[in-house]
Design a protein around this ligand. Structure first.
Ligand code: HEC
Ligand code: HEC
Ligand code: HEC
Ligand code: HEC
Ligand code: HEC
Ligand code: HEC
Ligand code: HEC
Ligand code: HEC
Ligand code: HEC
Ligand code: HEC
Length: 336
C-alpha cells in the first residue's frame, strides 16, 4: 500500500466513526481503544488486543539498523530513560511491555502481510490512532505529578499529542533541554518568538531562561496561561522576590498584577514596560496635580514653563523611584 492509499484508508476509518472523537478525553478519561474494523472486508486493520510473543525481539527482527532513517533510530530508545533495564517502572525494566508499552498491542502488526501502518499505534501525527488514545498509552505511566492538570489544559483541549513536543527514540529530547526547548515551542508559537527578540525581554534567546521557568506545558495550575505557580504574581516573585512584599507602603497595582505595567515576554520599551511613562502612570493617576504638557524647552528644569518637569527624561520614576512600593518610614509617596 502506498502512502496515498494509506491516508485514504485512515480517512475512511475516521469517517466510519470508529475513531474515538478528539474531545473524548476532555471528559476526564480516555476511552478504551475502539476496535477498528477492516476498511476493506477481509483485511486486518487496527492493532487488535494481542501483544507479540517475544516483545522487543519480535519488533527488532524487522526494525533493525537497516530500517533507520536520517531522523529516526529505533535503537535510540535504549539510550533514553525508557531504556533502563533496572528501572521497574520503565518499559524495558523487569516485566515491562517494552516497545508495546508505548506502541500498544503489536501481534497483528508483526504478522507478515499485515497492513503495517494501519495496525500499530505509531505515536506520530499522521497515525490513524486518535490523539486521546495515543496519549493514554503514555499516561498509563505518567498520569501523576506534573500532569495531573493535563486533562484541563489548553494543550490537551487543542488536541496536542505528547509526541508533538516529546521525542522518544533519542537520548536528547529537545523539549527537555534548557536551550533547545524554546525552538520546540516556537514551531507553533510564532508570536512569542518575535516577542523574545525585542530589545527588552526575558533572556530566553541567550539561553539563560526557558519557557518551563514560567509555564507548565502539561497545565499544572488553573491560572491563566498554565503558569507554574497558582497566581501570576507568585510566578513572577518566585524569582523577583524583592517585589513580593508585604511592604510598609504598597503600590496597589503591583500587589495586584505585575502585568498592569509589564509585558511578560518582551517589549520594545526598556524594563519590559507595557507603556512608556508618563502615559503608563496616567492611565490611573490624574494629570491635574502633576501636569504633563508637551516637552518644550521651557519645561526643562530651570526653564520658565512650570509643571511639565514631571514628565522630563525618566519622567515619573525620576522622583517616584520606588514604584513597586517602599519600606521607608516616609516613603508614602514612593519617592524613597
Ligand atoms: C514483519 C516485520 C515487522 C515486524 C515484526 C514489526 N514491524 Fe513495525 N513495521 C514494519 C513495516 C514494514 C512498517 C512500515 C514501514 C514504513 O512504511 O515506513 C512498520 C512500521 C512500524 C511503525 C510506524 C508506523 C507508522 O504509522 O509510521 C511502528 C511504530 C512500528 N512498526 C512498531 C513496531 C513494533 C512495536 C513491533 C513489535 C511489536 C513491530 N513494529 C514489529 C514491519 C514490522
Ligand atoms: C517510551 C515510549 C516508546 C517506546 C518504549 C518505544 N517507542 Fe517507538 N516511538 C515512540 C514515539 C513517541 C514515536 C513517534 C516519533 C518519535 O518520537 O520519534 C515512536 C516512533 C516509532 C517508529 C516510527 C518511526 C518513523 O519515524 O516512522 C517506529 C518504527 C518505532 N517507534 C519502533 C519502536 C520499537 C521497535 C520499539 C522497541 C524497541 C519502540 N519503538 C519503543 C515511543 C516509543
Ligand atoms: C511503562 C511505563 C512508561 C510508559 C508507557 C512511558 N513512560 Fe515515560 N518514563 C517512564 C519512566 C520510568 C521514566 C524515568 C523516570 C521518570 O522520569 O519518571 C520516564 C521518563 C520520561 C520522560 C523524562 C525523560 C528524561 O530524560 O528525563 C519523558 C519526557 C517521558 N517519560 C515521556 C513519555 C511519553 C511521551 C510516553 C508515551 C509516548 C511515555 N513516556 C511512556 C515510564 C514510562
Ligand atoms: C506543549 C509541549 C508538551 C506536551 C504536549 C507534553 N509535554 Fe511533557 N514536557 C514538556 C516540557 C517543556 C517538559 C520539561 C519541563 C521542565 O523542564 O520542567 C516536559 C517534561 C515531561 C516529563 C519529565 C518531567 C516530569 O514532569 O515528570 C514527562 C514524564 C513528560 N513531560 C510527559 C509527557 C506526557 C505523558 C505528555 C502527553 C500526555 C506530555 N509530556 C506532553 C512539554 C510538553
Ligand atoms: C517570565 C515568565 C515567562 C516566560 C519565561 C515565558 N512566559 Fe509565556 N507567558 C507568561 C505570562 C505571565 C503569560 C500570561 C500573559 C497574559 O495573561 O497576558 C504568558 C502567556 C503565554 C502564552 C499565551 C498567549 C499570550 O501571549 O498571552 C503563550 C502561548 C506563551 N506564554 C508561550 C511561551 C513560550 C513559548 C515561552 C518560551 C519561549 C514562554 N511563554 C516563556 C510568562 C512567561
Ligand atoms: C504542536 C503545536 C504546539 C506546540 C509544539 C506547543 N504549543 Fe502551546 N499551544 C498550542 C495551542 C494550539 C494552544 C491553544 C491555543 C492558543 O492559545 O494559541 C497553545 C496554548 C499555549 C499556552 C496558553 C495556555 C493557556 O492556558 O492559555 C501556553 C502558555 C503555551 N501554549 C506554551 C507552550 C510551550 C511552553 C511550549 C513548548 C514547551 C508549547 N506551548 C508548544 C500549540 C502548541
Ligand atoms: C525564573 C526566574 C524569573 C521569573 C519567574 C520571572 N523573571 Fe523577570 N527576570 C528574570 C531574569 C533572569 C531577568 C534578567 C535580569 C537581567 O537582565 O539582569 C529578568 C528581568 C525582568 C525585568 C527587567 C527587564 C529589563 O529589561 O530590565 C522585568 C520588568 C521582569 N523581569 C519582570 C517579570 C515579571 C512581570 C514576571 C512574571 C510574569 C517575571 N519577571 C518572572 C527572571 C525571572
Ligand atoms: C505601576 C506599574 C508597575 C507595576 C504594577 C509593576 N512594575 Fe515593575 N517596574 C515598573 C517601572 C516603571 C519600572 C522601571 C523602573 C525604572 O525605570 O527605574 C519597573 C521595573 C521592574 C524591574 C527591573 C528593575 C528593578 O527594579 O529590578 C523588575 C524586575 C520589575 N519591575 C518587576 C516587577 C514585578 C515582579 C512586578 C509584580 C510583582 C512589577 N514589576 C509590577 C512599574 C511597575
Ligand atoms: C492600574 C492603575 C495604576 C497605575 C498604572 C499606576 N498607579 Fe500609582 N496608584 C494606584 C493606586 C490605586 C494607588 C493607591 C491610591 C490611594 O491609596 O489613594 C496608587 C498610589 C500611588 C502613589 C502614592 C499616592 C499617595 O496617595 O501617596 C504614587 C506616588 C503613585 N501611585 C505613583 C505611580 C507611578 C509613578 C506610576 C507609573 C510608574 C503609577 N503610580 C501607576 C494605581 C495605579
Ligand atoms: C520632580 C519630582 C516628581 C516627579 C517627576 C513626579 N512626581 Fe509625583 N510627587 C512628587 C512628590 C514630591 C510628591 C509628594 C507630594 C506631597 O506629598 O504633597 C508626589 C506625589 C504624587 C502622588 C500622590 C498624590 C498627589 O497627587 O499628590 C501621585 C499619584 C504622583 N505623585 C504621581 C506622579 C506621576 C503619575 C508622575 C509622572 C507624570 C509624577 N508623579 C512625577 C514628585 C514628583
Amino acid at each position: 500500500m502506498n502512502r496515498i492509499q494509506t491516508t485514504i484508508a485512515a480517512f475512511l476509518i475516521a469517517m466510519a466513526g470508529l475513531a474515538v472523537p478528539a474531545d473524548s478525553s476532555a471528559q476526564g478519561s480516555a476511552k478504551k481503544p475502539a476496535a477498528a474494523a477492516p476498511a476493506v472486508p477481509g483485511e486486518k486493520v487496527g492493532p487488535g488486543t494481542q501483544y507479540s510473543e517475544k516483545g522487543a525481539d519480535t519488533c527488532l527482527d524487522c526494525h533493525d539498523k537497516d530500517a533507520d532513517t536520517l531522523t529516526f533510530s529505533t535503537n535510540g530508545i535504549f539510550k533514553s530513560r525508557h531504556g533502563h533495564r533496572r528501572d521497574k517502572g520503565a518499559p524495558f525494566g523487569p516485566g515491562g511491555m517494552q516497545c508495546e508499552a508505548c506502541h500498544g498491542p503489536g501481534h497483528v502488526h508483526s504478522t507478515k502481510g499485515s497492513q503495517e501502518k494501519l495496525t500499530i499505534n505509531s505515536q506520530k501525527r499522521d497515525s490513524f490512532v486518535p490523539v486521546a488514545q495515543r496519549n493514554a498509552q503514555c499516561l498509563t505511566c505518567h498520569d501523576s505529578r506534573n500532569r495531573t492538570g493535563w486533562h484541563a489544559a489548553a494543550h490537551e483541549k487543542s488536541g496536542l499529542a505528547c509526541a508533538d513536543c516529546h521525542q522518544m527514540h533519542t537520548d536528547r529530547d529537545a523539549v527537555m533541554g534548557k536551550t533547545s526547548q524554546p525552538d520546540v515551542c516556537f514551531r507553533c508559537h510564532q508570536k512569542q518568538r518575535a516577542d523574545f527578540q525585542k530589545a527588552s525581554a526575558h533572556p530566553v534567546k541567550h539561553g539563560l531562561m526557558n519557557c518551563a521557568d514560567c509555564h507548565n506545558s502539561h497545565g499544572g495550575s488553573a491560572t491563566t496561561a498554565s503558569l507554574i505557580k497558582p497566581t501570576l504574581n507568585q510566578t513572577c516573585t518566585s524569582c523577583h522576590a524583592d517585589k513580593r512584599g508585604p511592604l510598609l507602603w504598597e503600590h496597589a497595582p503591583v500587589a495586584e498584577d505585575c502585568l498592569t505595567c509589564h509585558n511578560s515576554h518582551g517589549s520594545v520599551r526598556p524594563g519590559l514596560l507595557a507603556k512608556s511613562t508618563p502615559m503608563l502612570c496616567q492611565q490611573c493617576h490624574s494629570a491635574s496635580s502633576h501636569p504633563a504638557v508637551a516637552r518644550t524647552g521651557a519645561s526643562l528644569p530651570g526653564g520658565t514653563g512650570g509643571g511639565a518637569i514631571f514628565t522630563v527624561a525618566g519622567s515619573c520614576t525620576n522622583c517616584h523611584s520606588q514604584v513597586h512600593g517602599s519600606n521607608h518610614p516616609s516613603g508614602s509617596s514612593l519617592t524613597r
